[in-house]
Design a protein around this ligand. Structure first.
Ligand code: MRU
Length: 359
């Protein structure tokens, strides 16, 4: 997708210097900075501090983290420790473990003289596959937008939460991919962008990337979606996910569940877009999903531009107040109208998912 008219991916490898390039998302929307990851610790740190974030992108970064680990020290015990540290860097998005396990499986028993090339090829395959899957999610989701447009014959209003955009993947995004495809086909779309406190991924990232692609959008406070739905100003919701269980229960950014409840109450379709790398086939009780709790400073402090155009962080909560920062919640399958995957759209249920993915 484009930034200032130039095509970018969110992550790419520089073969000549053995360096991984990322877009530092902690600096967006005010500064566009490309950061170079040179060591396994750089990769782990980028995931922890959310310089890269979004389930598919942290998976891809972990895959390249394995590459960096081999460049740094081509020793099996170092690689094993790197893989464990990567998996532990953020607990909720299953793509992280999925990518590390896939890399380690590919590398098991490989000679040390061949291991780097094989790791590089696998990390690159993970990225190419994600792009293809996200494009297919877009084409499958496009049909749903088209159906609404055919009936309504007017702008389709889509509500989204957090950033499940191209910045969260390698390209296209998951929730945004149907939107970009509709926009490219000249179907009039408008996106209600949930601000997504506390880190404001909606305001800082989703609105930013939609602006760069000229997709009309409006940022709303996280609590505004309900009244917009009651007023008939939302035609559909599309969100992403960090881990969807084989039962169809959807774990995503905190606040997703409340949007799904409001959508149900107002008879508005609530779709979840995901690549198969986000499906957790092992857990069936959503209470077993590890929910990340982040530093409460993400709530109590806020960053923005000061009057001189410099980025400044300020405290907004009373100094003595305690705050709690759970990063994800779970939307039970019964509130999900359908899952939009690279293989097609299916009901959020074990039977439908198993059938779609031949499990
Ligand atoms: O904490 P984040 O910003 O990594 O959370 C991201 C989300 O919740 C996204 O909706 C999810 O990863 C899907 S990304 C295609």
């Amino acid at each position: 997708m484009k930034i200032k008219g130039k095509e970018y991916r969110t992550i790419w490898f520089d073969d000549k210097n053995s360096i991984v390039n990322i877009i530092d998302q902690t600096k967006l929307p005010h500064k566009f900075i490309i950061k170079k990851l040179k060591t396994i610790n750089d990769a782990i740190n980028a995931i922890k501090t959310m310089e890269v974030r979004g389930a598919p992108l942290i998976g891809a970064t972990a895959a390249y983290g394995i590459v960096l680990s081999i460049v740094e020290n081509n020793d099996q015990s170092f690689l094993k420790k790197s893989s464990e540290d990567l998996i532990n860097s953020r607990p909720t998005a299953i793509n992280l473990k999925w990518a590390v396990d896939r890399m380690m499986k590919k590398l098991s028993g490989v000679n040390s003289d061949k291991i780097l090339n094989i790791a590089l090829k696998e990390a690159s395959d993970i990225c190419e596959e994600d792009i293809k899957f996200c494009e297919n999610i877009g084409l499958n989701g496009l049909k749903l937008i088209e159906e609404i447009y055919k009936k309504k014959k007017d702008t389709v209003n889509i509500l989204t939460h957090c950033n499940a955009g191209w910045l969260a993947t390698i390209n296209w995004g998951t929730a945004t991919s149907p939107i970009y495809h509709a926009h490219k086909k000249n179907i009039p779309v408008h996106v209600w962008v949930d601000e997504t406190r506390p880190r404001n991924q909606g305001a800082n990232l989703t609105s930013y990337e939609l602006n760069e692609e000229n997709v009309p959008n409006t940022i709303i406070a996280d609590n505004t979606g309900g009244i917009l739905m009651q007023r008939g100003e939302v035609d559909m919701c599309i969100v992403g996910t960090d881990r969807t269980l084989s039962t169809g229960d959807v774990c995503n950014k905190i606040g997703t569940y409340l949007k799904a409840l409001a959508a149900k109450d107002n008879n508005i379709p609530f779709y979840v877009a995901l690549p198969s790398s986000t499906i957790d086939w092992d857990i069936s009780d959503f209470k077993e999903i590890p929910i990340e709790e982040r530093n409460s400073e993400e709530l109590s402090h806020i960053e923005g531009l000061d009057e001189n155009g410099n980025v400044k962080k300020v405290q907004v909560y009373p100094i003595k107040s305690k705050s709690m920062n759970l990063a994800f919640d779970v939307t039970p399958a019964k509130y999900v109208t359908a899952l939009i995957t690279e293989k097609g759209t299916c009901e959020a249920s074990k039977e439908s998912l198993k059938k779609l993915f031949n499990k």
